[in-house]
Design a protein around this ligand. Structure first.
Ligand SMILES: [Fe+2]
Length: 290
């Protein structure tokens, strides 16, 4: 039996350096969207949907049927547009079951009231390690890859894997593991699960920063390239080396620019905070907390 090779179209959000993907079954018109982005001018408190509209236009132009909107994790650096796309094109919204841990943590950080459900009910599906689902005739296999956050998943679709922030490009290494619920040791172990996939597996990144401007942004690598070249976990690096490096590095990192609005939207499955009695919506800024 040959491995299916999904058609993958990448969409790049320059403001947050995020890659979103449309993943299509080559044997049907079925597709999924991975990690979409809502545009925000945070200084102005203004939301817009150019990035999501580009994905919608692509799906409509190709005559595709959107079956799933899947999130690799609760992102802290951009806002999800999944509900906006779902409203227009249908499909089911899925994320990792450990979202409930993230909702509990950030429900407290943002002092949300009881109307904020912390049971993952904002999503249509909560995936666990080993779960499978389908996009058309393609099977998607879920690998729980915690460490960056407790709810991070890697989605394996035939010869492709969407790793979220479990790995960056080989010359950028790995993502931080110091958010609440993050753990450098867990991240190392999760990376080993991804590197255990076949060498020619296509690995699709969630972010790239172009080596600080030294090269073009890149979104695609392979297991073989990561094993040989990843600067944080490539050949010869031990778990202890990784934990020491990651912990020291994370202590020096600033909070992501959009973490405050991102978490308030993404922990709700991409919905905005509820309107006040006048119908207006606000983000909260918890002082001296993050
Ligand atoms: Fe992330």
């Amino acid at each position: 039996m040959s491995t299916v090779s999904p058609d993958v179209t990448m969409f790049f959000d320059e403001d947050s350096n995020t890659f979103s993907y449309v993943v299509k079954d080559p044997a049907s018109d079925a597709c999924a969207v991975v990690d979409s982005v809502m545009d925000i001018d945070y200084a102005a408190g203004r939301l817009s949907y150019d990035h999501a509209d580009a994905i919608i236009a692509h799906i409509e132009a190709q005559g595709l049927k959107l079956e799933w909107l899947i999130e690799t994790h609760v992102h802290a650096d951009h806002l999800s547009a999944a509900p906006y796309i779902q409203e227009r094109l249908g499909g089911k919204l899925g994320i990792g079951r450990q979202i409930v841990v993230v909702q509990d943590t950030f429900g407290k950080v943002f002092n949300e009231g009881t109307e904020f459900q912390r049971d993952g009910s904002q999503f249509d599906a909560l995936f666990e390690d080993g779960d499978t689902f389908t996009i058309g005739g393609m099977e998607v296999r879920v690998i729980h890859t915690p460490g960056h956050t407790p709810a991070c998943l890697t989605y394996v679709v035939g010869d492709a894997a969407f790793v979220g922030d479990t790995l960056f490009m080989p010359d950028a290494g790995s993502a931080r593991a110091d958010f609440p619920g993050g753990d450098a040791g867990d991240l190392y172990d999760s990376i080993q699960k991804v590197l255990a996939l076949p060498d020619d597996t296509r690995l699709y990144m969630c972010h790239d920063y172009g080596a600080g401007g030294a090269r073009e942004v890149q979104y695609l690598t392979t297991v073989a390239e990561q094993k040989a070249q990843n600067i944080h976990v490539g050949e010869g690096k031990t778990r202890e080396d990784f934990i020491r490096f990651r912990t020291e590095r994370d202590a020096q990192l600033d909070m992501p620019r959009l973490i405050i609005p991102s978490l308030q939207v993404n922990m709700r499955g991409g919905q905005l905070p509820p309107a006040d009695k006048d119908g207006r919506q606000f983000f909260k800024v918890p002082l001296n907390t993050l």
